[in-house]
Design a binder for this molecule. Structure first.
Ligand code: SAM
Ligand code: SF4
Length: 360
């Protein structure tokens, strides 16, 4: 049996909707979850039996599931012995016992949604946990035996100062997780935050402050021995996220669950976003795909640059007409060369989206 790729499993349930979030998720009842898991397993069976080398439970809040539910899903997948199995975890959903059982179920990497260590911001964000609970869950995860933990943080929060961000980062580095992801707040349409922005009750961080915040993160991460290996991701040496790196390396992966995206057999697809459509397709033994796009060679080439350049330590080898694009971006100071190919410079990292536009 060949070891291929990874599998992304979407769990579209949350205890509550955070004010800034537009991920596909709903408040759930146990009966709904039972049905969903049953269909999820049927969907997994619609994909050819392969041995997955990475499994990623994303959401929503996968840690809302009972350990036995997580175990049931993992058991339905063929995974290689040393595979990375990640579960996104909200601090409010776990205690020591549950974390131990999640580990026993086969999860070996946690990605904990901390967002901030400052209660003022956790409150504004509409998180259900306070800072102390976030820190406690991190320590409980260590006690339960997790040796690979990633923390999610956000910055550029409403009225956040550089000093407040620095305090958050100091707390993060005190904990010393193997990995962390830090995202600048995106004002997503349809969220509470977006409504407040429109009414003038909240305002966006100005660009210069946001850039200074990002530079502070990069500088402090480096001082603490973290490798800035992707635009929003930092890891201690050898602890880069294996599953997520596959996305950036343009590798194929299976995506299952409501609204999940995948890339299989040269096709990028997105699953149904309504439960009824999702269940109906699976009842008909069809993959519950909502939309799909065949990726021809020229599109594959574009993805190679716009995804590959996100990885900041691995150079992208330019070919054909893109050599000229890369050379021109290098002259403007956005790209430089390392032993494998082109990588973003510090200036290029700050303006990454403009750089990617040059390839489309
Ligand atoms: C699916 S959630 C992670 C797990 C879990 N649901 C939780 O929040 O604890 C993925 C991450 O995306 C980030 N995120 C969500 N909405 C965002 C937004 N509007 N702007 C920036 N980052 C966002 C948060 O850091 C969040 O932890
Ligand atoms: S940030 Fe996480 S917990 Fe909050 S609504 Fe989004 S997916 Fe759910």
């Amino acid at each position: 049996m060949a070891v291929v790729n990874g599998i992304y499993i979407h769990i579209p349930f949350c205890m509550n909707k955070c004010n800034y979030c537009d991920f596909l998720s709903f408040k759930s009842k146990k009966s709904e979850r039972d049905k969903y898991i049953q269909y999820l397993i049927k969907e997994i069976e619609l994909y050819p039996t392969v041995e997955y080398s990475t499994v990623y439970f994303g959401g929503g809040t996968p840690s809302i599931l009972e350990p036995c539910e997580i175990k049931k899903i993992i058991r339905s997948i063929d995974i290689s012995i040393d595979s990375e199995v990640t579960l996104e975890t909200n601090p409010k959903t776990v205690d020591l016992q549950k974390l131990k059982e999640i580990k026993k179920a086969g999860v070996n990497r946690l990605s904990i949604g901390i967002q901030s260590f400052n209660d003022k911001f956790l409150n504004i964000l509409g998180r259900m946990h306070n800072s102390q609970e976030g820190v406690e869950v991190y320590h409980l995860a260590r006690e339960a035996g997790f040796r690979n933990i990633s923390l999610d943080l956000m910055f550029s929060l409403p009225n956040q100062t550089l000093e407040e961000l620095k305090e958050d980062l100091n707390k993060l580095f005190e904990l010393r997780p193997e990995h962390f992801s830090i995202y600048s707040l995106i004002w997503e349409e349809g969220t509470n935050f977006f409504e407040k922005l429109k009414k003038g009750e909240l305002k966006e961080t100005d660009n210069d402050l946001e850039a200074s915040m990002y530079e502070l993160i990069i500088e402090m991460a480096k001082e603490h021995g973290y490798i800035h290996y992707e635009i929003s991701n930092f890891a201690l040496p050898g602890k880069e996220a294996i599953h997520n790196s596959k996305y950036w390396e343009n590798e194929e992966y299976v995506g299952v669950g409501l609204g999940a995206s995948g890339y299989c057999d040269g096709i990028r697809y997105k699953n149904q976003v309504k439960f009824k459509d999702y269940y109906d397709n699976i009842d008909n033994e069809e993959k519950p795909i909502f939309e799909s796009e065949i990726i021809d060679e020229s599109e594959k080439e574009i993805y190679k640059y716009i995804l590959g350049l996100r990885l900041l330590t691995k150079g992208v080898k330019a070919e054909g007409k893109y050599i000229k694009v890369c050379e021109s971006l290098m002259k403007k100071g956005f790209l430089e060369k390392n032993k494998d190919g082109y990588i973003l410079t510090s200036k290029g990292i700050l303006l990454a989206n403009d750089v990617f536009d040059e390839f489309v």
